[in-house]
Ligand binder design. Structure first.
Ligand code: ADP
Ligand code: MG
Length: 627
């Protein structure tokens, strides 16, 4: 990274990527230039937060007693002279080196992603993207013909310095006169941006984009933002749109959150909390919240920006604020982790989040399903990572089932619908709903009208061994050979078997010969109705869910050996058995048996390479069509 060459004592050229960004900003047709103010206010607020952090442990800073605030001023200028705007903060400040470093490269990784996005996506115009996301400090050049950043670091020995640029190729840095702590951004407005030299307009913009900034934003003498932390207000005084605005300002996410959770309590722990379930698992490209965890406040000071010790990992997607007056201000990371109070807080908040999610599931099914689609897998991972989480997360699980017609079913609903005699929760594993719906294992369940859950997410197979039971009902994979189902009432007369014993036995023998080592056993099925064969697990095949995972990971995958069960009354079986008896040299016999076996493997989601069946299928088709 050698982009910023020195061209003179104090003059530097911008790195190529910044030049590109500046070009876009200066020439963009994007009309809503007012987002530049949001970016500058957000930087000022960050600088104030950082100072607050610093002062938790070090009070040896310039102006230790100064008010933490942001001030916007519109200085008088002479008739005809360009108009000006100044944004000041009493935050952490920048040294000369920091000015060169932080305003000479793209600090914000989001701005870099913005450029990448423009480069690879020809569909997107800068106008599309600038409006949705912040592009950081440089957005000031949408309105400025020149910018001076004058700063005095909080470090007592640092000298004040000044950064100057017109948004072209380069910037200058020189010493400056400034005795108080913090940063001032002096903007000389472009002719077409003079509208911003207006108190009323600036107040409007602050209100719109920066209402909940935690420090007062003064425009002239008046405070323009409401500042009062939303989480400290009563929920009954807050409208949905306020929550959404707050969320947008907090995260700079474009999409509204799926839901919010707002509550407070005074005992056993004092806490004021406002949490959000974001719309997406991944943060938006220029979102300001980059890591999992909630913001932890005490006495109005942000003491941890990403606190992951309060909620379990499987709720890591929850974002927002937890504010407790009971937390000591000078907490270090270790004390936060080992604090009894933190444990109490965590328990309370987790309980509350789960309660609200249950409420959502009950009252707004559509929204809940959006939530489940986005975060269901995170909850499932909970079972894998933390077996103790099982009881917490399982009530949230949803599956399609053999009787639900595409609707999602909860385990509670499943149990509610179970017949009196049913003791277990049945599931079938497979690659997708389509192949599972045709699974031969479902035959006896369809015949008895018993519901079976479709576990078609790879994670389902992965966590199946850990699921064990729910509400004292064991989970049961329906490929189990020893499954006992209630006898079917005899509706029709006992059917005569379609083939005699000797012919059927000869066919079974032929299957053993043809398939050899591939199967452990071949036998008649007692349960199949519509399918010719199925593969079942030999008794004691404990980890058979893992076979599927092995196949997906493609790690030394060996096709597991199963028992092949045959439906004696299926037309295909009858035809093949007749061939074995009457025309034992027919090529169709081996081809047919092998194909039956391979098809069953595919059905089970166990076939390593379904495409390998194609030559055989083609051969079978040729034989079928040749008459
Ligand atoms: P970001 O805020 O995402 O880091 P910006 O482009 O908005 O990216 O700002 C670039 C950097 O400039 C910041 O990371 C910070 O180090 C520095 N900076 C900008 N404004 C200020 C300010 N008012 N006080 C102190 N540092 C600032
Ligand atoms: Mg910024």
């Amino acid at each position: 990274m050698s982009g910023k060459e020195k061209t003179a004592e104090t003059s530097y050229t911008f790195k190529a990527e910044i030049k590109q960004l500046l070009q876009i900003l200066v020439h963009s047709l994007y009309k809503e230039h007012d987002i530049f103010l949001r970016e500058l206010v957000s930087n000022a607020s960050d600088a104030l937060t950082r100072l607050q952090f610093e002062m938790l442990t070090n009070r040896n800073v310039v102006d230790a007693e100064a008010e933490l605030a942001i001030r916007i001023e519109i200085p008088e200028v002479e008739e005809g002279a360009p108009k000006k705007l100044i944004i000041k903060d009493s935050g952490i400040g920048l040294t000369k080196d920091e000015l060169i470093q932080n305003l000479g490269t793209i600090a914000q990784s989001g701005a870099r992603q913005f450029l990448e996005k423009l480069e690879d996506g020809s569909e997107i115009t800068p106008e599309d993207v600038i409006g949705q996301f912040g592009v950081g400090f440089y957005s000031v050049f949408m309105v400025a013909k020149e910018v001076e950043v004058v700063s005095r670091s909080h470090k007592p020995r640092a000298k004040a310095a000044k950064w100057i640029s017109d948004g072209g190729e380069s910037f200058r840095v020189e010493s400056a006169d400034k005795s108080d702590r913090g940063t001032e951004i002096h903007i000389t407005l472009r002719k077409d941006a003079e509208e911003f030299a207006n108190d009323w307009k600036i107040k409007q913009i602050v209100k719109k984009h920066s209402d909940f900034v935690r420090f007062p934003v003064y425009v002239g003498e008046d405070q323009a933002n409401q500042q009062e932390p939303l989480w400290r207000k009563r929920p009954s005084n807050i409208e949905a749109v306020d929550y959404n605005n707050f969320y947008r300002q907090m995260t700079m996410e474009f999409e509204e959150p799926i839901t919010h959770i707002h509550f407070s309590s005074d005992a056993p722990v004092n806490v004021r909390t406002l949490l959000f379930v974001p719309a997406k698992r991944e943060p938006g490209i220029l979102a300001s919240r980059k890591d999992p965890g909630v913001m932890l406040y005490s006495h109005n000071v942000l003491i941890q920006e990403y606190c992951t010790d309060l909620l379990p990992d499987w709720l890591g997607f929850i974002d927002g604020v937890v504010d407790s007056e009971d937390l000591p201000l000078n907490v270090s990371r270790e004390t936060v982790q080992n604090n009894v109070l933190m444990r109490q807080l965590g328990k309370m908040i987790k309980g509350r989040v789960l309660r609200e999610l249950k409420k959502l599931a009950k009252n707004d099914q559509e929204k809940y399903e959006t939530f489940w689609g986005e975060f269901g897998r995170v909850l499932k991972e909970g079972v894998a990572i933390d077996p103790a989480a099982k009881d917490d997360v399982m009530p949230f699980f949803r599956y399609k089932s053999s009787t639900s017609d595409d609707a999602l079913v909860s385990l509670d609903e499943y149990i509610e619908r179970m017949g009196d005699e049913q003791e277990e929760i049945y599931y079938v594993l497979g690659d997708d709903d389509q192949s599972v719906a045709n699974s031969p294992h479902l035959d006896p369940f369809k015949a008895r009208d018993i519901e079976v859950l479709y576990w078609t997410d790879p994670l389902d197979a992965f966590i199946a061994p850990g699921m064990q039971e729910y509400q004292e009902k064991k989970f049961k994979n329906i490929d189990d050979a020893s499954l006992e189902l209630p006898e079917l009432e005899e509706t029709e007369d006992e059917q005569e078997p379609a083939i005699e014993d000797p012919a059927f036995n000869a066919f079974v023998g032929q299957c053993v010969t043809t398939l050899g080592e591939k199967v452990t056993e071949v036998r008649e099925s007692k349960v199949l109705k519509d399918s010719p064969v199925r593969l079942v697990s030999p008794e004691g095949a404990e980890n058979r869910e893992m076979d599927r995972i092995q196949r997906m990971l493609n790690k030394d995958y060996e096709v597991p050996k199963r028992i092949m069960e045959i439906n004696r009354n299926h037309a295909l079986v009858v035809n093949l058995a007749n061939l074995v008896s009457n025309n034992p040299d027919s090529e169709l016999i081996d081809l047919g048996i092998e194909q039956l076996y391979d098809s069953a493997l595919v059905q089970e989601g166990l076939h390593p390479n379904p495409a390998s069946m194609l030559p055989r299928i083609q051969k079978l088709l040729e034989m079928a069509t040749s008459g």
